[in-house]
Design a protein around this ligand. Structure first.
Ligand SMILES: C[S@@+](CC[C@H](N)C(=O)[O-])C[C@H]1O[C@@H](n2cnc3c(N)ncnc32)[C@H](O)[C@@H]1O
Length: 282
């Protein structure tokens, strides 16, 4: 698989390992000879924050967790203790061996695996949760891969570092790490033109503009523009409001591949009705 890194990749040496604080490593890491593919040095997440990351990510027995840059395996092993299946991807072969030994000691070895490889080449499509403790530059380099290869609804949890213009859905600052724990939910792609049909007759054109989980909707033909703050997309759940034919409409529904459907509450003077709606791509 081709690497998704840009030409301005920052690379750090694996030998810059094990000081206490990631931030203090930046200058030293940059000064290292740039001879390998590491995009962040090895600094383990403190145990309290491992649990907080899994808590924020809602990790449970139904999950498949992938830690990209898995170090000594602690996040993967902690996820397995919550009943999840999990694997780590790590470029440093000594850390892969250490993680495998830690897994054997923990008794969780049958629920985990550690792959020696590059995070940018990793097969991540089966994940329901991806965890990261890299650098901001590395998160940004990974972002296109995460958005292209993860299913809508997959949770991405990062220790400390952001994802540029893709704003987190949750930023928990109760972590020991000063940057906090950040969570993103991969949105479905709904940008484009849709045919919106409301049970009982209305057929309208729905135009969607999208940047990550932020959406702006416009219903053509009716003269109604849906206000930005009434449209939300969280995982596969879509909600928006509109004034149509002098009645307030509140749509609530879900996105499934190239279809969206749900219920709409219609409020007119003298009453409220609830009917179904669906939208298909034009
Ligand atoms: C800050 S440590 C985090 C370790 C672990 N995830 C944790 O939170 O305890 C980052 C890890 O990413 C690994 N890493 C850096 N670049 C990588 C790459 N391109 N492919 C795979 N692993 C990489 C490093 O070797 C290091 O173990």
């Amino acid at each position: 698989m081709p690497s998704s890194r840009g030409s301005e990749t920052l690379r750090y040496s694996a030998s810059a390992a094990r000081p206490a604080a990631l931030a203090c490593l930046l200058a030293a890491a940059l000064a290292q000879a740039q001879t390998d593919e590491l995009v962040a040095p090895y600094v383990p997440t403190v145990e309290e924050d491992v649990e907080l990351m899994l808590e924020v990510g809602g990790v449970g027995p139904d999950d498949y967790v992938i830690d990209l840059g898995s170090g000594d395996g602690r996040i993967v092993i902690a996820a397995a203790r919550r009943g999840a299946l999990a694997h780590g991807v790590e470029l440093d072969p000594e850390l892969v061996e250490l993680a495998r030994a830690n897994a054997r000691e923990s008794g969780a070895a049958d629920r985990v695996a550690f792959v020696h490889g590059d995070i940018f080449d990793a097969d991540i499509g089966r994940a329901t949760v991806v965890t990261l403790y890299l650098f901001p530059e590395a998160n940004l380099m990974l972002r296109p891969k995460l958005l292209a290869e993860l299913r809508a609804g997959t949770r991405v949890v990062s220790n400390s570092f952001h994802m540029g213009e893709w704003k987190p859905d949750v930023h928990d600052m109760s972590a020991r790490s000063s940057g906090g724990i950040l969570l993103w939910i991969v949105p479905p792609r709904i940008e484009g033109e849709w045919l919106l049909e409301i049970d009982g007759g209305e057929r309208l054109s729905l135009a969607v503009r999208q940047q990550f989980q932020e959406i702006e909707l416009e219903i053509a033909g009716s003269g109604s523009v849906v206000a930005r703050d009434t449209a939300t997309l969280k995982a596969n759940r879509l909600r928006f409001g509109a004034e149509l034919n002098d009645a307030r409409h509140v749509f609530d529904g879900q996105v499934e591949d190239d279809a969206m459907y749900g219920y709409v509450q219609i409020e007119r003077q003298g009453g409220r009705t609830v009917v179904g709606w669906r939208a298909t791509r034009r």
